[in-house]
Each structure stands twice: as C-alpha cells, then as structure tokens.
Design a protein around this ligand. Sequence first.
Ligand code: GLC
Ligand code: MN
Ligand code: MN
Length: 413
Amino acid sequence: MKKPVPVKDQQALVERLTQACGGGYSPAARRKYFLSGPQWAAAYQGQALFHAPTREPVGFEQVIRKYGEIGIGWWSTHDTDVIPTQDLGSERQWAAVERIGKALGENGLECSMVTTETFYHAVWAGGPAAESPQVREYCAARVGNTVELGHRLGARYAVYWPGSLGYYVQGAIDETRTLAWYADAINAACERDLEVSAKLGRPALKHCLEAKPFEPQAEILLPTSDAMLAFIGSGLLTHPEMVGLNPEYLHELMWGAAPRAALARALVAGKLWHFDINDGYRLKHDVDIGVGLVNPLDWLNVLVLLRSHGYNGPFNLDYKPPRTTSNFGVFAVSFPTAVDRFITLWEMAGEVISDPVIQEATEALKAGGADANSRDAESLAAANRELLTLHELIAHRLVQILLGLHRGRTYSI
Ligand code: GLC
Ligand code: MN
Ligand code: MN
C-alpha cells in the first residue's frame, strides 16, 4: 500500500507533476493566439445534471486575473454571468461594466465576445421565441442590451445559442412561427447594433449563431450548423450579411457529424466567424471536455483545415473542467494544459501543411494519372489506381506527425 498523501502536500504534487509533463508555453507565447476564456467555463462548479457542485464559486475578477497570468488574452461572457438578470437593461448594469473593464485593463485582457443567456432563467421556459408577444419583446430587449454591453466592453462578436428553441412534446408549437419569431430577435439585435455602432463609431459586431442538436430541449429547431446556414439564407433575416456561425466542435460531433466537414461547409459559405473549442464523444451528451483530450487526431485535421483556409477568428475555450478538478486545479492544470494542447496542435497543423511527403502526395493526386482516355471509365480507373494508395499513406503520415514518429522515432520489441 502506498502512503496516503496529506491534503497539505497535494497541490505541490499536482504542480510538480504538471511541470514534469513539460510541453508548456510561456504566457507571452500563449497570448499570441486568439484564444478566449469564457467566464462561465472557469466559474463552472461541476453541478451538471445529477451532480452537486464540487468547487467553490469564483468571481469574474479572479477569473480574469488568472486568465491573465496563464496568458489567455481574451475573455467572453453571458450577459448574466456577472450582471444579475434583474439589473440587465437598467442603470445598475453600468457599474458592473465598469468593474469588468477595470479588471480586463489591469490584467491586459480584452473582451472578445458577449452572448445572451436565453436558456437558464424561468422566463425562457417556453423558449426565446415563445408564443407570448411580451416574452418575445423581452427577448428582443435582452439581445439588444447584450449588443450594447458588447460595444461598451470592446467586444467584436456576439453569440446566440438558442438551446431552448424547441420542445419536449410534439405538436404544441408551430415550428414555422417559432423560427420566424426567433428571426425577429436576431433582427432586433442587428438593428440595435447598427444604431449603437454608428453612435459609438465602432464596427458592427459579428453576430454568430451556435447550434446544438439536443439539450436542454429534447428537440431543437436549429440543431446543426447546417440548419443555421439554412436559417441565415431563409429570407427571415433582415441583415443576413451581419449573421454567421459559431460552431462548437462537440456540438457537431454530438449528432454524428465529422466536425471538419461541418466547418468546411461553413467556410465555403463565408460564415465561419467564431469557433468554440472542446472535445467529447459522438452521439452522447454535451460533456464539454478540454480540447484534444479525446480526439487529438481529428483536432489536428480540423486545425489543418482552418490554418490552410486562413481562419482568423477566435478560438473560444468553451469546455468545462471536470468535477474531479479542484478550484486550484482549474487554473493550475485545466486551463494551461488546454491552451498548450491547442497551441501544439496548431503548430503541428503548420507542420502538416509544409510536410514534404504530404505535399508531394497531394500534388501527385491533384495531377492525376497520365495517359488516360477521359471518356473511358476503365482507362481512368487504371490510370489512377496506384496513385490513390496515397490516401492511406497521407493518413499514416498524419498519425506519424501526431505521435512524433516522423522524426524517426521507432519502438523496438
Ligand atoms: C452556453 C452553452 C455554450 C454556448 C454558450 C454561449 O453556455 O452551453 O455551448 O457557447 O452558452 O451562448
Ligand atoms: Mn458553446
Ligand atoms: Mn457544449
């Protein structure tokens, strides 16, 4: 039996083993990446369905200070993360905005994104586009107010996650009406943005829709990023050019998608503006695990796609430190290691893009086989037969790069 570890020695042990892992970047190096830390991610107390909290509450001052120390240069927030629901839209909210601005300034952070909480409070029991005109009027005021908060905090993005736009029981709502009413809320936010940005002489925000296939509702009316694209192009929005996407990696995986393919569809539509990064499992719940802990190979491939297409929006660390992680561990282990895995995978993606084996294989595939008769299927198949083996070789090379085996490392038996 090993000797039990006294509580007073446990933080030092965690710290020593974290150091022993190596592979960490300096705060200055981390700040070079457009990584944003959500207020709600660090403040999450582990209280998922079925669970009591395992961590103490953490205020925004501490979150911002710790993000600053770690080297996370941007901060994102729901309107209700810091400001109580009852204060929103009243004079009282400006005192909180001032305190947030001060904390950001003192720690060298900027606010990148604001989002309206339209799922937690009982007012949203019927969703943000409920039948009641007064609830919808309240929703329009709330999203408009978030736009104003965003401008005052210096944000460039607004996110909308309509997680309660749907139902538990079928047939009670008319989906077409609900979608049109939801569009009214987005339209109200864009109109307000045009007014506020003109008044303040700032560029308008980028309004980004985020899908999730299920949770908290059983059925959600805009369950995927593709559904969001269809919604943007549906004719219901008065300013479709102001509205794009905030895909979340796990939310696409949850419905069984290939996240990289979903991102590619957003890219070709010119709508990939913001990206929530995390990890998890296919066809399961929204477990929001730290980036790269479950699917590092897929993550490498996702970042190759984004790097090679010049994506320059934020990477928002929308994950939840597990409930086994302590308050100390959230900032000593969870956030720095998530950031460092991201940076490593991002740099590795650069290595993939310039890898001579992958480059030559890709060029050869694009050149195609010689001497084929392009009107003859048999001749075409024969001309490309050997070249197509390169698909498997490229996949092997990607795994080699992920595991560091391309540097000549082998394992003996
Ligand atoms: C909620 C969701 C998260 C989303 C955020 C922004 O916290 O869980 O996925 O990104 O709201 O609205
Ligand atoms: Mn998210
Ligand atoms: Mn999620």
